[in-house]
Design a binder for this molecule. Structure first.
Ligand code: MG
Length: 162
């Protein structure tokens, strides 16, 4: 029987002026971007935490500390590639991912397809195993008032030889 592990991830980043908005490795034109030590790609971060969580390997804060200058401005897609290499060394591969970004603005629908491709490429899996959804939170809370964006993700890992 194939061995599976499930993982979930959650991340939040504040929106700030003078920053690029990067979601799922895609740069999206907007008046603000997410604030963080890396490129602050909240979607890629939630996906990474889901993968790490599936194997109880902690979180990205432990693997890529925000006190380490090596990760300043880091491309989170490259960090995701590193996470996938790490689980690969342990004999695991990503089977599928389902993620949701919560943002009041801008409209993310036009960029979803490209995000799925970028994330799937980084995880070395077919794009039909990567789901990205976007929602507003009806003007409520930290995403609704435009202060930030959040993302959640679940993933299933399979033994690489399964
Ligand atoms: Mg983060």
């Amino acid at each position: 029987m194939t061995d599976f592990r499930i993982g979930q991830g959650y991340d939040v980043h504040r929106l700030a002026e003078g920053r690029k908005l990067i979601l799922g490795g895609v740069e999206i034109p907007y008046e603000k971007g997410l604030l963080g030590h890396s490129d602050a790609d909240v979607l890629a971060h939630a996906v990474m935490d889901a993968i790490l969580g599936a194997l109880a390997l902690g979180d990205i804060g432990q693997h890529f500390p925000d006190t380490d200058p090596a990760f300043a401005g880091a491309d989170s897609i490259r960090l995701l590639q590193a996470v996938v290499r790490l689980i690969g060394q342990k004999g695991w591969q990503v089977h599928n991912v389902d993620a949701t970004v919560a943002a009041q603005r801008p409209k993310l629908a036009p960029y979803i397809g490209e995000m799925r491709v970028r994330l799937a490429d980084a995880m070395k899996i077919p794009v039909d195993r990567v789901s990205v959804k976007a929602t507003t939170e009806e003007g409520l809370g930290i995403t609704g008032n435009g202060d930030g964006m959040t993302a959640t993700a679940v993933c299933l890992l399979a033994r690489a030889d399964g």
